[in-house]
Design a protein around this ligand. Sequence first.
Ligand SMILES: Cc1cc2nc3c(=O)[nH]c(=O)nc-3n(C[C@H](O)[C@H](O)[C@H](O)COP(=O)(O)OP(=O)(O)OC[C@H]3O[C@@H](n4cnc5c(N)ncnc54)[C@H](O)[C@@H]3O)c2cc1C
Length: 396
Amino acid sequence: MDLNYTAEEMAFREEVRAFLKAKLPPEIAAKVASATQLSKADYDHWHLALAEQGYLSGPWPKKFGGQEWSAVQKHIFEEECALAHAPRIVPFGVAMLAPVLQAFGSTEQQDYYLPRILSGEDWWCQGYSEPGAGSDLASLKTRAVREGDHYIVNGQKTWTTLGQYANKIFCLVRTSTEGKPQEGISFLLIDMDTPGIEVRPIILIDGEHEVNEVWFTDVKVPVANLVGKENEGWTYAKYLLTHERTGIAGVGGTNAGLQALKRLAHSEMQHGRPLIEDPLFAARLARFEIELMAMATFNLRTVAGADAGKAPGAESSMLKIKGSIMRQQINDLARRAVGPWAMPFVSEQLAGNLYHPGPEYAAKASNVYLNNRKISIYGGSNEVQRGIITKAILGL
Ligand SMILES: Cc1cc2nc3c(=O)[nH]c(=O)nc-3n(C[C@H](O)[C@H](O)[C@H](O)COP(=O)(O)OP(=O)(O)OC[C@H]3O[C@@H](n4cnc5c(N)ncnc54)[C@H](O)[C@@H]3O)c2cc1C
């Protein structure tokens, strides 16, 4: 398998670089680089810039206004964005719901929702998980009971990422309790303004408001908002999850973290010498870089295989596990590199490291480390991925 980039792919990389140089506002990139929480306005600005360039819908089918990017193009795009400290694309509309609507939605739903996803008119969030239904998603209990032209929805979703900004939520709801749990689930599109919906913040370990609980009390949802067929939502949900797990290795982001850490290790002094001259730290960094190169090659092999028509199976799980561990490791190294300056991690102290004055670059080291504990949980926890690998590869 040839892992070198073609001339077209290299030209595409240059095009993406030029776009990022021209359109990514330095103040937004600085926020991303320093792990400062982005405002809704920051996300909206970047969303529109990408939409205008046609990059937001790059991976979409041409039929829906996309460019049918290859897996390699998608990989190049993500890598360059990470290196330039561009905000991550909020995936719920563009990369999760859109493929489901394109595959299973009605023509009316496609015509109405897809343009609104690109224009940013609709900000979607994902209503899958519930207390007691995370890894075991099929045990979800939020009920939708049909009454005439509406469903009446009651229940609770949790861990809803950026739900505080969303005006729409796609939900898995139980429409039947007969048969296997997977058989009674439907996929509903719900307007967050509907009476009976309450969004409650969950503050994470780093002190930030990133996720929420969403409560539903007698929420009236038009039957027209059902995607596909009633009780067949599990099929659509699984289809969506295959999109959620692509790119989860996060090689670009980890590489950006490594480069930043290398720069820091040259300037940060320890016992009167640059940190990079500390043999233990240098060895840790070298070992990390070697492992990252190995993972990047495995990632490219999987991506090239996908372009050649080989659907990634257990490879996705392997990349998820290794990728999340490496992202957490680079955060750990970054935290250790700044030593005691990493201590203040309470949100009130973040603006300028007030409690424990130190260099600006060190202020968020612990927050990032703590926040990214999530990566080995969401998108299917690493334990669950290990279960998938033992079944698919070891046949256990
Ligand atoms: C920051 C963050 C953002 C999220 N955003 C969203 C979102 O926007 N929308 C949404 O719907 N969900 C979201 N999630 C939820 C996420 O998908 C779930 O947290 C995840 O699926 C795990 O479910 P759980 O938290 O209920 O843990 P559980 O499923 O209860 O698992 C608890 C522990 O048991 C282990 N375990 C469970 N089952 C098995 C098994 N079969 N074999 C071995 N070990 C097992 C798990 O690995 C874990 O360690 C988010 C989660 C986080 C942390």
